[in-house]
Design a protein around this ligand. Sequence first.
Ligand SMILES: *[C@@H]1O[C@H](CO)[C@@H](O)[C@H](O)[C@H]1NC(C)=O
Ligand SMILES: *[C@@H]1O[C@H](CO)[C@@H](O)[C@H](O)[C@H]1NC(C)=O
Ligand SMILES: *[C@@H]1O[C@H](CO)[C@@H](O)[C@H](O)[C@H]1NC(C)=O
Ligand SMILES: *[C@@H]1O[C@H](CO)[C@@H](O)[C@H](O)[C@H]1NC(C)=O
Ligand SMILES: *[C@@H]1O[C@H](CO)[C@@H](O)[C@H](O)[C@H]1NC(C)=O
Length: 268
Amino acid sequence: MEYWKWLEMVVLALIMLEGGWRTEGCLEEERLALFQLKPFFPSIDSRIDGSRLEYYLYPIEEKETSSDCCEWEKVECSSITGRVTHLFLNLTYIVTYDDLVYDDLVYSEYRRIGNNKYWYLNTSLFLPFEELQSLFLSGNSIVGFVDNQGLKRLSKLKNVEILDLSHHNYIGNNSSQLNDFRSLKSLRLQDCGLVGSIDMREFNSFINLKELHLGSNQIKSLGFSFYDKEPLWLNKLEVLGLSDNLLNSSVFSSLAPLSNLKSLHLSR
Ligand SMILES: *[C@@H]1O[C@H](CO)[C@@H](O)[C@H](O)[C@H]1NC(C)=O
Ligand SMILES: *[C@@H]1O[C@H](CO)[C@@H](O)[C@H](O)[C@H]1NC(C)=O
Ligand SMILES: *[C@@H]1O[C@H](CO)[C@@H](O)[C@H](O)[C@H]1NC(C)=O
Ligand SMILES: *[C@@H]1O[C@H](CO)[C@@H](O)[C@H](O)[C@H]1NC(C)=O
Ligand SMILES: *[C@@H]1O[C@H](CO)[C@@H](O)[C@H](O)[C@H]1NC(C)=O
């Protein structure tokens, strides 16, 4: 008798758990983690829509209050585990909706009217998203990371393959922050304040990197200053984007160590 009662309770609990999971959609801890991001990315619940360079901002309140965070505009979850896999936080650092003119918003325009308060990102805020694969952070005026931690702390997330820090994030002003992120396959650093001669050794800890986008900076030359016995990990790099920089033809010889390079973008 005791046994059947116990079994009934277990079955009931399982049904409740299952039902609860279905209505909730996303994990409570990840939902809370998203709310923790909101002070830093105030328009996390606004939709930015439009064609290539023209964005219209309008808030979508119902998404914010939706308990299923997987339905949020800027969040994508795994259909199997229900965990967050993609965070589209590009252009979400706009303080208030009222700060903006109800006009087309382009990146250059964004520089002028958008929030120009540079800030340091706390990468620990992303650690609850254990299955995160892509993190888009472009256009957010980020200049670095708190605690001098660089990207190192993010490397605890073993599945992150795409990191987009392009446009109006001046991470490049201190490239020593770009450290140790082994799972990464694609790193986007266009328009990130990279100036002058770039030592590709900065990227040597990205041992699985296949795509590196460094366009729209002020790079004059590339170099490799490897220690004698240090292997060149960037040997998986297939795509290198260098458009709109200040390079001349001497760049070709400097690319020789990249043995697996298949695609090079150099347009102006
Ligand atoms: C944000 O980035 C994703 C991935 O590149 C892109 O599909 C989306 O259009 C971007 N949104 C904005 C507003 O730039
Ligand atoms: C960064 O975020 C973590 C997790 O929310 C928090 O414990 C820590 O105090 C934050 N660090 C700073 C410098 O704000
Ligand atoms: C650059 O980053 C490193 C490591 O995070 C830090 O020690 C240094 O103070 C930073 N320099 C500047 C100018 O921000
Ligand atoms: C970063 O460097 C770029 C390019 O030199 C410069 O325009 C920008 O003002 C710098 N930003 C900060 C916050 O230092
Ligand atoms: C190419 O650029 C490098 C670095 O700025 C410079 O040292 C070199 O003289 C330039 N070569 C030519 C042919 O302009």
